[in-house]
Design a binder for this molecule. Structure first.
Ligand code: ZN
Ligand code: ZN
Ligand code: ZN
Length: 255
């Protein structure tokens, strides 16, 4: 099994249109970018997406994905669902998993599309292509519902926090415990006071609390210094960073 961070940016992505801060200028100059949020899970030729980024078309072409088995939506913000239409025209038989509330909210935007709507309840496992998934509720105001995603395959556990602030329900903290990999929302460095997201300090504290073996930051904004500099101090993810999980290998050698 393989997990690819297709997009590790926040909602405007980096560089931000019209922004000339040090980080955005560094991105333009050196040609790097952070596209919007999607995670690709590949197992035995099947492709599963956690969220459908507005940048999905270019992400799927670059990842050489021919068809998508299933989509899981974490919440109803534009930067997490808007790219769904990018493969809808070429593929209409896609199963889409999320809670009833998130389905309802996204359907208002995608009312002209029909897809296989699969409603799942938080904390109840479901299976896609031999992988176990569990949604947990997180806290992303003002949304009434937003989810993190637990992925279990063989002996591995991977947790995607989804967009969330640091005030997670206790049940979710329990659900998230002891992952091999924690892919966590950390939009800005410490010192930023945030209502909807976590800063680096809160993300690391949560990683410690749940006992994550490895942590990678995603949903990263231009508030951090340029990538080369910031990645010396923070476990910043980058677009197309890939994590390999192989049952044959030792636990610590799958990265
Ligand atoms: Zn977001
Ligand atoms: Zn900027
Ligand atoms: Zn969001």
């Amino acid at each position: 099994m393989k997990i690819i961070l297709l997009g590790t940016g926040d909602s405007p992505g980096t560089p931000v249109i019209g922004c000339h801060c040090k980080t955005c200028e560094d991105a333009r100059l050196k040609g790097w970018e952070r596209t919007r949020f999607s995670v690709l899970i590949q197992n035995k030729g099947k492709n599963i997406l956690v969220d459908t980024s507005p940048d999905l078309r270019t992400q799927l072409l670059k990842a050489k994905v021919d068809s998508v088995e299933a989509v899981i939506w974490t919440h109803s913000h534009y930067d997490h669902f808007a790219g769904f239409g990018d493969f809808y025209r070429v593929q209409t038989n896609v199963n889409v998993y999320t809670s009833g509330e998130v389905h309802e909210d996204i359907e208002r935007f995608l009312q002209f599309m029909k897809y296989r709507r699969i409603e799942v309840e938080s904390y109840k496992p479901f299976e896609i292509a031999g992988i176990r998934f569990i949604l947990g509720d997180v806290n992303h105001p003002p949304l009434r519902k937003a989810h993190g995603v637990v992925i279990e395959w063989k002996d591995f556990k991977i947790v995607i926090s989804g967009d969330t602030n640091k005030d997670l329900p206790k049940t979710t903290i329990e659900l998230f415990k002891n992952p091999d990999l924690f892919i966590v929302d950390s939009i800005a460095p410490e010192g930023f006071r945030l209502r909807k997201h976590m800063n680096a300090e809160a993300a690391m504290k949560l990683a410690e609390e749940i006992g994550a073996k490895k942590t990678v930051f995603t949903h990263v904004g231009h508030f951090y210094p340029p990538h080369d500099e910031a990645s010396k101090y923070y476990p910043l993810g980058h677009d197309f960073q890939t994590f390999y999980f192989d049952e044959e290998k030792e636990l610590d050698s799958f990265f």
